[in-house]
Design a protein around this ligand. Sequence first.
Ligand code: ADP
Ligand code: MG
Ligand code: MG
Length: 208
Amino acid sequence: MDTGDFRAWVRESSRLITEQAGELTELDAAIGDGDHGINLRRGFQAAVEMLDDAEANTPGTVLTTVGRGLISKTGGASGPLYGTAFRQAGKSLGDVTDVDAARLGGALEAAFNGIQQLGAAREGDKTILDALGPAVTAYQVAVEKGGDLAAATRAAAEAADRGRHETGPMLARKGRASYLGERSIGHEDPGATSTALILNALATVAAG
Ligand code: ADP
Ligand code: MG
Ligand code: MG
């Protein structure tokens, strides 16, 4: 994936999040404060605008620019978490101009680690990590089996979709949903859902 592909990923993520903002907000209304779709739509639209203005001539700078945009404009818990994820992913790419399957796997892992360090959640706590963790694993398995970038991102998106659905029966242990205790059970997590959208956008762009 080159710089143009990374820009396309951000635009496709923004498009999907804008399209599904109502659903994300409904999920958040059930176990949070009903703003996840609004927060992320604002953040991604700002990130796209920043990218249109910025030089960002490597994949790494595209991602770090998006990270800055998300941190400054998203709001809520998810803004700094997603912002850090994109910044760490961008940093891990250094100044490479063409990202291969192995490097992209490293970037996804860096995103996961960034969120985990900032938010101190673990898999099973009903958060973003419950979509991203299985996605990173599925991605790496696909690469080990000889899969190319398109196959690995497809595997990651499918694992994120499954992970997102598996948050339904989980008890929330982090973020606002954790205030509900047992009443958080039976609703899918908004952040895991938006993560699945972002990874589906990646698979769409990687498929070419
Ligand atoms: P807020 O809860 O501040 O209104 P959002 O609604 O935008 O923020 O985002 C809520 C989502 O953030 C949750 O669905 C969850 O997936 C994610 N989240 C909250 N806390 C954490 C955390 N510590 N680690 C990972 N993800 C988290
Ligand atoms: Mg919220
Ligand atoms: Mg909020």
